[in-house]
Design a protein around this ligand. Structure first.
Ligand SMILES: Nc1ncnc2c1ncn2[C@@H]1O[C@H](COP(=O)(O)OP(=O)(O)OP(=O)(O)O)[C@@H](O)[C@H]1O
Ligand SMILES: [Mg+2]
Length: 209
């Protein structure tokens, strides 16, 4: 479970006013709000990528200070896809597991099958350089998906995908949802429709559940 207590963020302006809420274990939460309202900032704080907030974030009973990072299996799908252009597509998918020092639960054949399912039907040994926007998002999603993380943070993970691809990704999320706590930011409610247990909003600078 992720507990947020008296949590606020100020940069050189006030972004989020003191708010408290919780993300229950193995529940799927959609986090919504207008552009620039602070969704990515909150996700970064939960994902250990920003620690300049006030208040506390407690994950499975532990405060999310830097020392806790290695203990939690958190996967993060960034709003701007991260692709290493000179690395193969295959290695781009595996890089998350490698960085975390986790043995990937999926073998080559299974990764090929996942790629095929998501219509990444080309030689995975070629460099990631020429992937399209939607393809980059699929690679980013699979990088996080194969970790089977305890916590999955999705920041507009399908924004560049066509409807058919979104449906396929949703089917994978439906499986993952059984064993992961998922937080999904999106401007398109179709992306989390049928998956979501709870919706959170940022209204007037407050995080409201
Ligand atoms: N590290 C930072 N320092 C200063 N300002 C920042 C920083 N990070 C984000 N901001 C600003 O905070 C505001 C909220 O940004 P954030 O990325 O959290 O919004 P968002 O809700 O994710 O928006 P979108 O839906 O467009 O992705 C923006 O005005 C942004 O420019
Ligand atoms: Mg954002």
């Amino acid at each position: 479970m992720i507990e947020i207590k008296n949590f606020s963020i100020s940069y050189d302006f006030e972004l989020i006013k003191p708010s408290s809420c919780r993300f229950e274990r193995n529940k799927y939460t959609a986090l919504v709000g207008d552009s620039g309202i602070g969704k990515t900032s909150i996700l970064k704080a939960i994902g250990f990528l920003y620690d300049g907030f006030e208040g506390s974030i407690i994950i499975n009973g532990r405060s999310n200070d830097k020392k806790s990072i290695s203990r939690e299996n958190i996967a993060y799908c960034f709003q701007d896809s991260v692709i290493y252009p000179t690395m193969s597509i295959y290695d781009n998918i595996l890089i998350g597991a490698k960085c975390k020092g986790i043995k990937c639960k999926y073998n080559n054949e299974e990764i090929n099958a996942l790629c095929n399912y998501l219509d990444l039907k080309f030689d995975l040994n070629q460099e990631g350089l020429n992937l399209s926007g939607g393809e980059k998002q699929k690679v980013n999603f699979l990088r996080a998906y194969i970790l089977e993380p305890d916590i999955l943070i999705l920041d507009e993970p399908m924004s560049a995908m066509d409807r058919g691809s979104k449906i396929k990704v949703k089917k994978l999320l439906m499986e993952l949802k059984k064993k992961s706590t998922i937080i999904h930011v999106s401007h398109d409610d179709f992306e989390y429709e049928g998956l979501v247990d709870k919706k959170m909003k940022i209204i007037n600078k407050f995080l409201v559940s």
